[in-house]
Design a protein. Sequence first.
Lengths: 119, 114
Amino acid sequence: NAGVMQNPRHLVRRRGQEARLRCSPMKGHSHVYWYRQLPEEGLKFMVYLQKENIIDESGMPKERFSAEFPKEGPSILRIQQVVRGDSAAYFCASSALPPSGQGANTEAFFGQGTRLTVV
Amino acid sequence: GDSVTQMEGPVTLSEEAFLTINCTYTATGYPSLFWYVQYPGEGLQLLLKATKADDKGSNKGFEATYRKETTSFHLEKGSVQVSDSAVYFCALSDRRSGYSTLTFGKGTMLLVSP
């Protein structure tokens, strides 16, 4: 059973371009979370999605950032018109059930991350 | 809001030394507490967790006890190995409307030399 797969592992974009980050959850997982790690910072929650629904996007910047998790295919985090401050590591995690903190099926499994560099 | 503070690294130790990585938290409820580990080039892996006060999480020789009175969840290991070299993240779960998201500390890099 493959783990959470993120691609690309490294992404370089020029200012003003679009960045598309992909996340394929573990088999059987329908809950996906995106986190961002800025340099010298911890991971910060961005968005929580279930299939075709955004449940909580309280950590997403109000502009230029969007996320989706379609019925078929991976979850996509899209950043439009990237700026240097978007340079960070973006991690995706998935779980079988909402992670209420109890029980094995609520554990969130993380991908290896995508390192975005804006030049 | 909720927050996690952990000691800055890198922590450098010789093999078989005793390890402590301090972690304290601020939370409005009764969160669950976690330690994640990130080995070079890999994603975060759950190392151990504790869901209520005085619980002790343990795995692979690592331990951490949920101390509500001191709002701490310090990570300890009696004898580290070179293979333990990694970045360690302390985290808490923030229960919202029946689901939880994770609040992380900045991470502490551990370097173990032979």
